[in-house]
Write a protein that binds this ligand. Structure first.
Ligand code: SAM
Ligand code: SF4
Length: 334
């Protein structure tokens, strides 16, 4: 078996795999999807067994952290069986962390089981605390379900990070409130800039709120202390002296986060993207289906890693109307 560690042409060790297990979702967030999305035919999806096989190949090749995402990962049928089977890598010590990014709508149902399968932290997306606004942003979501999900996760002993996309004119007046809500409950908050991924109805220049501006506004009221806390993800963290909580900033547009990128992304159809912001990819589904031995799969992964680009070319401005890449975040997995 090929257990060559994955080192890209720029010397970066790939130790983090994000896996989108479905492109489907029970929400239609305005910055992520259009209201009438066409989803992939089910036959194109990797089965849960195939997803396990691909994830396990990555673990064998040095991935220490797996994040399950989507679409909404918890709407995929029988998804707990994937967490259950992947938990063997935690028990054997070959994997450090198994995590999930979710919109929280199904978390009340699954929080305890996730904890049982070794998940210790979850990222929950919540852009606003205002029920009407929440409905407007997610189109189909009910904030009560997310609150129930947060409560259940807390009760199950999961550490929680809230992710919020900073949206101009939508939640920019609420960032302080959101931060206090999170920090009061011992949850980190990470703010994300909108990224130009996939066609949506809205104009992204209208949604884009630079986090440099959000940070400057917060700094008028709070003492923001730089710290070197890292989760292996792209966020940079600040400690807020007054709340004692942590504030993460993901700034793909105002700050290039590529230099230390240790991640690759697998879609639910088995396509491996070496960069969120580039089109280049290799197909692992054919490799998985061609043989029950893993040689071809391993060799295809190696081929992809050797093509990992230096970084993305995101730009959001009035001249550039087309998204940087045509696939939605829900395909590649946020
Ligand atoms: N459905 C799950 C959720 O919402 O957490 C997981 C998938 S979602 C694609 C992952 C994260 O990506 C969410 O926090 C979401 O807010 C964020 N996201 C989606 N589209 C985005 C975009 N165009 N720019 C920036 N963040 C985006
Ligand atoms: Fe669904 Fe997450 Fe995209 Fe919202 S951000 S539409 S919850 S995949």
């Amino acid at each position: 078996m090929n257990a060559i560690p994955m080192i890209d042409p720029f010397g970066r060790h790939v130790t983090y795999l994000r896996v989108s297990v479905t492109d489907r979702c029970d929400f239609r967030c305005v910055y992520c999807m259009s209201e009438n999305m066409t989803f992939l035919p089910k036959k194109d999806l990797l089965s849960l067994e195939e997803l396990d096989r691909v994830c396990s190949a990555f673990v064998r090749k040095g991935v220490r952290k797996l994040r399950i995402t989507g679409g909404e990962p918890l709407v995929r049928k029988n998804i707990m069986s994937l967490f259950k089977s992947l938990s063997r890598h935690l028990r054997s010590g070959t994997l450090d962390e198994l995590t999930v990014t979710t919109n929280g709508s199904q978390l009340a149902k699954y929080a305890t089981e996730l904890r049982d399968y070794g998940v210790e932290r979850v990222n929950i997306s919540l852009d606003t605390l205002n029920p009407g606004r929440f409905r407007a942003i997610t189109r189909w979501g009910d904030i009560a379900d997310v609150h129930a999900g947060i409560d259940a996760a807390e009760k199950a002993g999961l550490r929680i990070k809230i992710n919020a996309v900073a949206l101009k004119g939508v939640n920019e007046d609420e960032i302080e409130h959101l931060m206090r809500f999170c920090h009061d409950r011992g949850m980190d908050l990470t703010l994300i800039e909108t990224m130009p991924l996939g066609e949506i109805e809205a104009d992204r220049t209208d949604q884009y709120l630079p986090l440099s501006l959000v940070r400057a506004r917060l700094a008028e009221k709070f003492t923001l202390i730089e710290n070197d806390y890292r989760t292996g993800g792209p966020a940079r963290y600040l400690t807020v002296k007054e709340t004692g909580g942590r504030l993460g900033l993901i700034t793909p547009l105002t700050h290039n986060f590529c230099e230390s990128c240790n991640r690759v992304r697998l879609t639910c159809t088995g396509t491996l993207y070496m960069c969120l912001g580039q089109e280049d990819a290799v197909d692992l589904r054919d490799a998985v289906r061609a043989s029950s031995a893993d040689d071809l799969l391993d060799a295809t992964i190696d081929r992809g890693i050797l093509r990992k680009p230096k970084g993305h070319d995101f730009i959001i401005d009035r001249q550039t109307k087309k998204p940087a890449v045509s696939r939605h975040m829900s395909v590649t997995g946020g």
